[in-house]
Design a protein around this ligand. Structure first.
Ligand code: ADQ
Length: 744
């Protein structure tokens, strides 16, 4: 339709132009040219016949003879096909001779009339005639005048021919113009479309090329900015509808954050280099924080700043203390920070893990606060702040500060990089104001954290506790409607970001089928093939409720003696913070409990408790999850607990039961698990009984529901939501600075 219009319109225009403008104009012009030609021709004829005419006129023969001669002379002349008629007017202004064809009404001009400048056109008997006069002069005296009429029908014939050619010419021209128009329109339409398409694509991928059509370039930029903003806005609004995969994070980074620089700071590094007898080995620490952030960093690149704690860490870094990881396919770098023994002991073991860890977990372990530890905590936070500034290539990087080891860091970074976007995530619970209030440096800690742009906790409950704590101890404006705390003019948004795992969990697809895992793990543990297996996977930490778990297994066997020799509970516990007395004591208590329970119910090939206090690699842990009939997470208090989520992620067979503590953040997201109070031994023992008796249909229904929750709420969403919020804050700050600029 579009094409045919483009074709027809130029053609119609050409034809109308021929009919109403060109043809009449051509008519007028050709007529004028021919009249001029005929004027000249008349003069030529007049001149040519002047002499013979004079001879006839002056001949002394009789009048009659003269007349006859003149007549036949003029008749001869008019045999010329164009010469229509000739007349001779004498000196009295009367026709002395005239051919019969001379129009009747054509009178002689009065004698003495001035010579005519040119001829005139007249109609006669349906024929157009050109009539002109020429004086006849004999011996210098004017004796009369010739009237010469030319037939102009040839002009009409030629004019008609010319019109025909013109129409044909213009039709051909119109056709060519129409074709060229269609061609150009089509090409430029495609060009525009390609330009616009590139432009629209450019909203999603910032590196889209400039449109080739030059005229599109300026609007391209404006349009791109506009669509990008709309797109970002839509993303923020439609976060719930988005599919959360690594690519989504990359898109947010490139589009919403315009590829801004990302720095992560945590105490634990994602890869530790350790020296064996002869070689350097790479180890991945058992840490929920690392488990969550590593896939995010793979997706985002950037720099991860962490304490270099491995025995071979210094051997593999470059001159700037950088090492690229993951070793198999490097995609980001670690910047290692070296701490002395004293610093590590005061900042990490002392203030962080003997002070803040028990302070934030309500696990009835008394926090220990030493002034010396506090000083080292402060100075190490300052060291890390300086490293962040040194690593930052821009004045406004996005810094993701991780966990309770760095409560002071946000404020320290803010002092040196006021434009940085600092997102602090607190991976452990936040207690109520009374519990937190026992810390001698509570205000400094709170002020340090409020240097953040955004502060995240796993649950709303922890956010509310934080609001209450700030409200209680600081002079700050706490706005619970906008979730913002303003302290010293610096606003901090406080939000809930429940952490999760990557989905699908890396490595699971490479695992043997679940039945094979069941058989292999039972063989490896020396358990009977039919034995039921429960599993617990933790860092060896008193907050994880390992002793309470054992007590529940013991109680279950007490209540259900027929299960003795048919059920084994495998506890794998990664040694953790083993320099701290409380942890050493836990280690011995856990070992003793396992021995005692095994002594009480064991003896056979299937001990009630199988305890492995050692670090396992991720693949091994996944295999254990797959081999188990149930997984028991009995944390006394836990920010989230990723073990619960990992267990669910490893069970694509939709079998297995999760027993989960109500005091782990994960219980809010996985209510289809068997939710228990780990302090209630009876309830936990019952939960084991329920798990062992649960039909496969019920297992499937519960597992399916939990899996769909994790598919949707994975770690990319956790990180993505924080980054989107950061993008929103940055966007608003840019607008605000623009407005300031205008005001100034
Ligand atoms: P953690 O206290 O470390 O994390 P958790 O969330 O359960 O606890 O993560 C532990 C991680 O270590 C899991 O990935 C698990 O597979 C791994 N792991 C445990 N034992 C292991 C072993 N023996 N060998 C090898 N790997 C082992 C803190 C908070 C949590 C919060 C996370 C993330 O205490 O509440 O969920 O950070 O924010």
């Amino acid at each position: 339709m579009r094409l045919s219009l483009r074709f027809v319109i130029p053609l119609l225009v050409a034809l109308v132009a021929v009919a109403y403008v060109v043809a009449p104009l051509a008519d007028r012009l050709t007529l004028r040219w021919f009249v001029r030609d005929l004027d000249i021709r008349t003069q030529l004829v007049a001149t040519a016949i002047q002499e013979p005419l004079a001879a006839v006129l002056t001949d002394t023969v009789r009048d009659k003879v003269r007349q006859q001669r003149l007549q036949s002379f003029l008749d001869r002349i008019t045999q010329d096909e164009r010469l229509y008629a000739v007349g001779y007017c004498d000196d009295k202004g009367r026709y002395a001779y005239r051919t019969v064809t001379l129009p009747r009404g054509l009178e002689c001009r009065p004698p003495g009339a001035a010579p005519e400048a040119g001829g005139r056109v007249m109609q006669y008997g349906g024929t157009s005639l050109h009539v002109a006069t020429a004086p006849v002069v004999i011996d210098g005296a004017r004796v009369g005048e010739l009237v010469i009429a030319h037939d102009m029908s040839f002009v009409e014939r030629r004019s008609a021919d010319t019109k025909k050619y013109l129409v044909a010419l213009f039709a051909a021209l119109g056709l060519v113009v129409a074709l060229i128009t269609v061609l150009i329109a089509e090409l430029s339409w495609r060009g525009w479309m390609a330009g616009i398409k590139a432009l629209i694509k450019g909203q999603t991928f910032a590196d889209a090329p400039e449109p080739r059509a030059k005229e599109l370039v300026p609007i391209a930029r404006d349009l791109r900015v506009l669509v990008q903003e709309l797109e970002s806005e839509r993303r923020r609004r439609d976060e719930a509808q988005m599919r959360w995969v690594p690519e989504t994070l990359r898109t947010i980074l490139h589009e919403d954050l315009k590829g801004d620089e990302i720095l992560i700071v945590s105490n634990r590094e994602p890869y530790i280099h350790v020296r064996d007898a002869e070689a350097v080995r790479v180890q991945r620490p058992a840490s929920g924080l690392v488990t969550a952030l590593e896939p995010v960093m793979r997706a985002c690149s950037g720099t991860w700043i962490a304490h270099g704690a491995g025995s071979a860490d210094r051997e593999v870094v470059d001159a700037n203390d950088h090492v690229r990881v993951p070793p198999e396919a490097p995609s980001y770098q670690i910047r290692r920070v070296w701490l002395s023994e004293e610093e590590e002991s005061g900042y990490y073991y002392g203030f962080s893990n003997e002070g803040l860890w028990p302070l934030c977990h309500i696990a009835h372990t008394r926090p220990v606060f030493r002034a010396a530890d506090w000083e080292l905590y402060r100075s190490v936070n300052k060291r890390f702040a300086d490293v962040v500034v040194a690593e930052s290539r821009t004045r406004n990087p996005i810094v993701l500060v991780q966990d309770y080891h760095f409560a002071l860091l946000p404020k320290l970074i803010r002092e040196q990089l006021p434009e940085a976007t600092i997102i602090t995530f607190w991976h452990i619970p936040w207690p109520n104001p009374e519990a937190f209030g026992v810390c001698p440096w509570r205000n400094e800690l709170l002020e340090g954290m409020l240097g953040s742009t955004i502060l995240g906790f796993h649950t709303q409950f922890h956010c509310n506790n934080f609001f209450d704590t700030v409200d209680r101890y600081l002079e700050a404006r706490v706005d619970r409607e906008t979730f913002t705390i303003t302290h010293g003019g610096q606003p901090t948004e406080v939000h809930r970001y429940p952490i999760s795992i990557e989905w699908p969990l890396r490595g699971v697809s490479g695992q043997p089928p679940v039945p094979d895992c069941r058989v292999q793990v039972r063989e490896e543990l020396g358990l009977p093939a039919q034995a039921k297996l429960g599993v617990g996977v933790d860092r060896l930490d008193y907050t994880k409720g390992i002793l309470e778990r054992f007590a529940a297994v013991e109680r279950f066997l007490e209540m259900n003696p027929d299960w003795v020799g048919r059920l084994s509970f495998l506890q794998v516990a990664a040694p953790s913070r083993s320099r701290i007395e409380e942890y050493q004591s836990l280690d011995s208590r856990v070992r003793e409990a396992a021995l005692r329970i095994n002594g009480r119910f064991g003896g056979g090939a299937c001990p009630p408790i199988t305890l492995r206090i050692e670090h396992h690699d991720a693949a091994r842990v996944q295999k254990l999850y797959r081999a188990a009939d149930f997984c028991f997470v009995s944390s006394l208090h836990d920010g989230m607990n990723l073990v619960a989520k990992e267990f669910v992620a490893c069970r694509e067979d939709e079998r297995g039961v999760l027993i989960l503590s109500q005091f782990a953040g994960a219980a809010r997201e996985l209510p289809e698990s068997l939710v228990v109070n780990p302090y209630d031994t009876e309830q936990c023992a019952d939960a084991i009984a329920t798990a062992l008796a649960m039909s496969s249909e019920e297992q499937r229904a519960r597992m399916r529901s939990m899996r769909s929750q994790l598919l949707e709420f994975n770690v990319y969403r956790w990180a993505g939501r924080m980054l989107l919020d950061a993008a929103r804050v940055r966007h608003r700050a840019r607008i605000a600075s623009g407005v300031e600029g205008v005001r100034a």
